[in-house]
Unconditional design. Structure first.
Length: 320
């Protein structure tokens, strides 16, 4: 009897193990992702009418390029600071767990910095220049976004979106040399969304030529980073509700049915919105702090049947 029972238990265990092997979802295989950026001290357009600003940037744009990897990937990073630049620059990836005095050390003009790190934690993260004076380097445009997708992929609690967009909010200080004013939050004259005031808002700025688009009923996922140097962001979709909010972009940090979520300085998150499926609608995605919204932090999302089929898909996450 004992022998028969032992045999049944052994057989059952074997079947359980076999079933686990059959139905297990394989984790995404880690890879090495090569990322190169060039620090560029250059002039950029800070609004839709073409006002120039003496910016410090990664690769000449605000924000810098989107870096997207999968949890477990190795980022092989190179920062080039051309000898034509006047300032030292550096890279601080919020997704990296390294040595602030080594990997994040400043790079002098004419020099290059190279380091690697593993993206160990899923989420949405800010990256920025950390050279002194840090407030000035960030305020003048040296920031961007790194998305670390979860290795498990999509799930019932983390559904696949129909469209994706990246929005980064920053503070605009016209006096680019006054770093003491920036630190004191003095002289702040506007809010930038992906580098421009009212970038995607033709309602408040007739010179705006772009908006976010989706079709009615689609799930739109916003990857948002607060790159302000001093101010939190009360992130809110006017005429809508955040269906899901993933704090810091990690699927395990889930909130549902949120009107507004307060995003701290340097914090990031994923914000999902689903429009009514039975009619065209519009949303205004804003910083509900009026001092920011009415100085540039408004983005229009149009939900319409004839939405551009390419908008918010593929590599078209940052509209430029």
């Amino acid at each position: 009897m004992k022998t028969e029972l032992f045999h049944k238990m052994k057989t059952g265990s074997a079947l359980a193990v076999a079933a686990a092997l059959v139905f297990a979802v394989p984790a995404a295989s880690a890879k090495t992702v090569h990322v190169k950026m060039v620090a560029k001290e250059t002039s950029v357009e800070i609004d839709n009418k073409g006002t120039k600003y003496p910016a410090w940037t990664f690769d000449g744009a605000i924000p810098g390029k989107l870096v997207r990897v999968t949890e477990g990937d190795i980022i092989d990073f190179e920062l080039v600071n051309p000898k034509t630049n006047k300032e030292s620059h550096s890279m601080d990836f919020h997704a990296a767990e390294v040595d602030v005095l080594d990997e994040f050390a400043p790079v002098k003009p004419g020099e290059t910095k190279h380091f690697k790190f593993e993206a160990k934690r899923a989420g949405v993260w800010m990256y920025h220049c950390g050279a002194s004076v840090m407030a000035q380097h960030i305020a003048r445009g040296m920031y961007g976004v790194i998305i670390v997708d979860p290795k498990e992929g999509y799930s019932e609690d983390f559904p696949k979106p129909d469209r994706e967009y990246v929005l980064v909010q920053g503070q605009y200080f016209p006096d680019a040399d006054n770093y003491k004013g920036m630190i004191a939050n003095e002289g702040w004259a506007g809010s930038l969304i992906n580098g421009k005031m009212f970038h995607y808002d033709p309602v408040h700025d007739p010179d705006a030529s772009m908006v976010l688009q989706s079709k009615p009923g689609e799930r739109v996922r916003i990857y948002f980073v607060n790159a302000n140097i001093n101010e939190p962001v009360a992130f809110h979709p006017i005429a809508g509700i955040w269906d899901r909010v993933y704090i810091n972009g990690n699927p395990e940090n889930e909130l549902e049915d949120m009107a507004t979520y307060n995003v701290a300085v340097s914090e990031a998150g994923i914000f999902d919105i689903v429009s009514p499926a039975d009619k065209p609608t519009n949303n205004a995605i804003v910083d509900h702090a009026m001092q920011a919204a009415l100085r540039g932090a408004i983005t229009v999302l149009m939900n319409k049947p004839d939405a551009d089929p390419q908008a918010g898909k593929g590599d078209n996450l940052i509209l430029r």
